[in-house]
Design a protein around this ligand. Sequence first.
Ligand SMILES: Cc1cc2nc3c(=O)[nH]c(=O)nc-3n(C[C@H](O)[C@H](O)[C@H](O)COP(=O)(O)OP(=O)(O)OC[C@H]3O[C@@H](n4cnc5c(N)ncnc54)[C@H](O)[C@@H]3O)c2cc1C
Length: 440
Amino acid sequence: MNNNVKIKNITRTVQKENITSMQEVNTDICVVGAGISGVSAALEAARLGRDVTLIDSLPALGGQAVNSIIGIFCGLFSEGSDPYQFTHGIADDILRDLGRAGALYFRPEKHNVVMYDEVALSRWIENAVYENGIKLVLGASLSGVTVEDRRIRSIEIVTRYGKLRVNASSFVDASGDAALAWEAGLPCREPAEGKVYGTHMFVLEGVNADYAPASMEEVGERLKQRAEEYGLVRKDGFAFAFPGRNTALVNMTHVETPLEPLAAAQKALEGKIQADKVFQYLKKEYPSAFENARIRSYGLPGIRQTRWIVGRHQLTEEEVLTGTQFSDAIARTSWPIELHNRKNGFVWEPFSNDHVHYVPFSSLTPPDVDNLVAAGRCIDGDLAALSSVRVMGPCIAMGAAAAHALDLAGTGSIHEININELQERLKENLFRKDTSIWKK
Ligand SMILES: Cc1cc2nc3c(=O)[nH]c(=O)nc-3n(C[C@H](O)[C@H](O)[C@H](O)COP(=O)(O)OP(=O)(O)OC[C@H]3O[C@@H](n4cnc5c(N)ncnc54)[C@H](O)[C@@H]3O)c2cc1C
């Protein structure tokens, strides 16, 4: 201890004075939800010169892409041996920067997918949000919405540090659960029967690197035969190795994801219990690969499809299967229908190599308000259609579309923007077909 430093050991008493006081934030575009679609919307809007405020109920950016450790970009590339990239915008920047940092792994098999290091993605998003001057409120849940004359005027949010009111010209609902549309009293959809299961992802470290990624899929095959013996709920799934890192990403649980607070917390604990059982299964069944492995991290509950908006158009399974070319298309993908509507497995319907399907702008826009666009997994689709377009490639494209549409609308109505002008701005995400980064 330095005896020469005099400690200012004086305290003061403070007391909350005005219990109704609320901090006010004024902004052009307010984005609710900082998952991959909200981040895409916020960054694109900031690059267009808009003042942007980004809000998330988690204390961290990145939504499920980071915090549920999804770990793989899907739906970003076409199928086949010479894939091209469907979505550009921030996807280009992420692929470039994470690629340079050695934080990507391009899996060479069909259904062209790219594994990423979630820590690297998290830091990329944080730096990008910071550098683009986006106002950020984390640990912030929606508590109220004011709607007047077909416009959302403001939202109220609660954080551990106090309450805020955000007044904005326009809003993006990128909450995944249509939280903004729901709070605004707009009609929303949920499965009429049954449910769509989520997954508690986890990452193993200390995996034997000789256990090649291709044979990792065999894990899922054997699971079909042995699941009951180990008390496992799900009878399929995968454990993908990340070459050079001795880690593996495991997606083998199925857990309910209710939108009720007590049940949601309970199911999160049950998801981890399932994950622990899966780990025991992997260790016993594949000792050469997992004998010395440990669970490095559990993701937050992975939530697939809960509640979503009613848009001007509901994207249908038929439109996805036939690749309907909408006059107001804003995103494209060829990701299979991947519907997790059974406890012990899921529907998987892949397409031919030349298949492409599209997302129309009208599936992002609730008809009863003029300044709200949804993006990501809470746009309007039937169960099967949504199960394809909710993956991250199209989510990034939908975020970009939301930002450009609101930029074009300004203080007017998103229902009256010039769609050709919007599509001109989004042309790379609709038409570009040059061979991608995949081959570099
Ligand atoms: C287990 C699992 C595995 C998957 N695997 C893949 C895969 O391999 N590849 C792929 O591309 N896709 C995959 N997907 C799909 C994809 O990850 C998600 O659909 C996508 O990340 C959704 O992004 P989003 O931005 O729409 O929503 P989210 O990432 O869910 O972000 C929504 C954000 O909104 C916030 N929020 C919610 N409610 C409120 C509120 N009331 N107030 C404030 N903030 C709120 C949340 O905290 C969250 O951060 C998977 C999904 C799951 C669940």
